[in-house]
Design a protein around this ligand. Structure first.
Ligand SMILES: CC(C)(COP(=O)(O)OP(=O)(O)OC[C@H]1O[C@@H](n2cnc3c(N)ncnc32)[C@H](O)[C@@H]1OP(=O)(O)O)[C@@H](O)C(=O)NCCC(=O)NCCS
Length: 181
């Protein structure tokens, strides 16, 4: 779906939340690769991302034209800062009340409350669209994200032990969280 652009002033900066345009596919894909290299808390590493700009464009179009999906970009003082999105768990009726979300900001824009602003918007839109439950997974080591999700009302409801392993032998559990909308 496409929602109206929203402008917010926070700490003297202008935050713009809006949907991606198809001609921003390269920016969004480059951002995904960049953010994957900046944090250990996303699924893949930059060299594992094999998407093409054309596939990213199709992804943006697919999100913009589907009333049950949202891809929301954030800009701070005109600079692309990251994105968040939601989509239904599956296309079947039994699962139609459930959606799951993802969010990733460039490190430079973390730690100043932007994630919360984006997710509050995303949760409101998901509720408006009829979803009853939002779900996500988060790695146990991602303290900042876990704090944010808890503040927004998410509850932890299980974990896969050592779901994510690193070359140095350390690992994170993958924690499942949900929030009733
Ligand atoms: C996770 C993420 C979306 C959080 O957004 P954010 O804007 O950075 O979060 P906030 O600034 O609102 O901080 C969230 C909470 O963590 C706290 N916090 C901020 N920096 C922190 C740090 N370095 N260590 C611990 N806590 C921290 C804040 O005080 C805040 O607590 P509160 O909600 O109780 O007030 C963002 O950091 C991000 O995109 N990180 C990289 C990718 C990622 O981890 N994605 C999520 C995968 S599940």
């Amino acid at each position: 779906m496409i929602i109206d652009e929203e402008k917010i002033i926070k700490d003297g900066s202008e935050i713009v939340l809006r949907c991606a345009r198809a001609d921003e596919a390269e920016m969004v894909l480059d951002g995904y690769i960049k953010v994957s290299g900046e944090t250990r808390f996303l699924v893949g590493e930059p060299d594992e991302i094999k998407l093409t700009v054309e596939q990213e464009r199709e992804f943006i179009d697919g999100s913009n034209t589907n009333d049950k999906k949202l891809l929301l970009l954030a800009f701070v003082d005109g600079r692309y800062a990251g994105n968040c999105r939601f989509e239904g768990k599956t296309a079947t009726r039994k699962f139609a009340h459930r959606a799951s979300l993802g969010i990733a900001l460039f490190q430079e824009f973390t730690g100043r409350g932007l994630g919360g602003i984006m997710l509050e918007k995303l949760l409101a839109v998901a509720k408006e669209k009829g979803y009853e439950q939002m779900e996500l997974t988060v790695y146990s080591g991602n303290i900042r994200a876990r704090k944010l999700y808890k503040r927004l009302g998410f509850k932890e409801c299980g974990a896969i032990p050592a779901a994510v392993k690193f070359p140095d032998g350390t690992s994170f559990d993958e924690i499942l969280m949900y929030k009733k909308l």
